[in-house]
Design a protein around this ligand. Structure first.
Ligand code: ASP
Ligand code: MG
Length: 463
């Protein structure tokens, strides 16, 4: 079978972990699979490189921060008993060089800085790939490194670049033609048409894996991480969280957007179009089945698959007698927010049109209120719209499941559970796909809400 195996930062955290990764790859090869491997930076390295970029930009002492990054890799090299080959030594030198060159006169404008920062961040994946390749060779696996900048083409939105799929697919296929060795590929990075390095967004290595999988029409994408897959709820809240064995791309996307951090949401797109199943597996517990995301998941009577939540959000309420039946209020509201770059996490408007509320990140509330006050200055003055209300310390909770689309009464079950626990619901929204029912409760109540719902929706079946 043709497969992509992707290993996240925690899977390559140190020499010992990389050992484990080596045996997973070895087993896959021994089982006769044709594998390509995608790797993230070693654990914590991207964060450390970000810190380093800020120090360098601000002309501060950066040497210690740089040594820490280099040491993480040198330690792994020692632990694995591999040689730091020429390419790796050169890459270490290139990183120091990049910082030295630009120090103090570091790209002034934000755009230049973002471009430079992407170049700096790319070293995390470049190092981990070189180390893993050397180690695989030591295991007698015929492997070679591929710097994804050679094949993944993106726009110039540095830090969160958009991938040109077709051109990238063409380049990947051309590159791979005739290559027999196991390719060990950098996740997270690509390059622009001008040849500059770009990155695909934090946690973007999953996405890289999916892009390579789609380009190569593999039969399976395996995302190896440090948990047993996507769980029915955040294990911080629920002791009995179970791993969800099968789910659809849409369910996985809904859960990922609503806080379940196991997979980077855009990852689903290339896989979904090509119907390539994605399996999430635990590097440190490889025999656990993990979670399989696929097109053909059969509903075995499951109505809901999981709960997820995001805490510490704020809610802004816009209401007033002057809003009823007036056209264009929402358009103006959302346009003024969008113009200020504010992202909205949930929206709810009652049928009476008397009020609209939406959830957002707390650090964006001040800007949002200012923008709304400016947009609705006249209405506020005339009291058509009441003073804008902001509530904070709230949590968004999403109940997700394909089966909810055709199951009457599920909303009733959810809100009855919350009622029984005396939990006050601040706002409710149902995704138009009907596979997501979301609501807002106070941060103080979120654990109680999730526990009670988990007991009712997931633990009864297994009891
Ligand atoms: N190394 C990058 C990050 O930490 C990409 C990844 O890990 O997927 O965001
Ligand atoms: Mg990571």
């Amino acid at each position: 079978m043709k497969k992509i195996l992707k290993f996240g930062g925690t899977s390559v955290a140190d020499g010992e972990c990389i050992h484990q990764v080596g045996s997973i790859i070895q087993n896959a090869v021994a089982d006769g699979h044709t594998v390509s491997v995608v790797v993230s930076a070693m654990r914590g390295v991207t964060d450390k490189l970000i810190k380093l970029s800020l120090l360098a930009r601000d002309g501060q002492l950066y040497e210690d921060a740089l040594s820490i990054v280099l040491n993480i890799h040198e330690d792994a090299i020692l632990q694995l008993g591999i040689d730091a080959d020429f390419e790796l030594v050169r890459a270490f030198g290139d990183l120091s060089g990049l910082i030295n060159e630009t120090l103090g006169e570091c790209p002034g404008s934000t755009d230049d800085f973002l471009m430079w920062k992407d170049e700096l961040l790319s070293f995390g994946e470049r190092f981990s790939v070189l180390i893993l390749t050397s180690f695989l060779k030591k295991l007698k696996i015929d492997a070679e490194s591929l710097d994804a900048r050679e094949v993944i083409l993106t726009d110039t939105n540095y830090g969160d670049a958009f991938v040109h799929y077709q051109k990238s697919y063409d380049r990947i296929r051309a590159y791979m033609t005739g290559r027999k060795k196991v390719q060990v590929i950098t996740g997270f990075i690509g390059s622009t048409e001008y040849g500059n390095t770009s990155t695909l967004g934090r946690s973007g290595s999953d996405y890289s894996a999916s892009i390579f999988g789609a380009a190569l029409s593999v039969q399976e994408i395996e995302i190896w991480t440090d948990v047993d897959g996507i769980l029915t709820a955040n294990p911080k809240f629920v002791d009995k969280a179970l791993s969800i064995t099968r789910l659809t791309y849409e369910e996985a996307m809904e859960l990922a957007h609503a806080g379940a951090k196991v997979i980077f949401p855009p990852t689903m797109i290339p896989a979904l179009y090509k119907h390539i199943p994605i399996t999430i597996k635990n590097t440190f517990n490889p025999s656990a089945p993990g979670s399989r995301i696929s097109h053909d998941r059969v509903l075995n009577g499951e109505i809901t698959v999981g709960l997820s939540s995001v805490s510490h959000v704020s809610l802004i309420r816009l209401q007033g007698a002057g809003m009823v039946g007036v056209k264009g209020i929402n358009a103006r509201l959302f346009t003024c927010l969008a113009k200020n770059g504010i992202s909205i996490m949930l929206v709810s408007q009652a049928f009476s049109e008397h009020s609209t509320c939406f959830a957002l990140k707390p650090d964006e509330t001040e800007l949002a209120v200012q923008a709304i006050e400016l947009e609705f200055e006249k209405e506020l003055e005339l009291k058509y719209i009441d003073k804008i209300k902001v509530e904070s310390e709230l949590s968004l909770v999403a109940v997700v499941g394909e089966g909810m689309q055709n199951t009457p009464g599920i909303a009733g079950v959810i809100f009855e559970v919350l009622g029984r626990e005396s939990i006050n619901v601040e706002a409710i929204a149902q995704g138009s796909s009907k596979r997501n029912i979301s609501f807002i409760v106070s941060d103080e109540h979120v654990q109680k809400a999730i526990r009670a719902l988990h007991r009712r929706l997931f633990e009864r079946k297994t009891a």
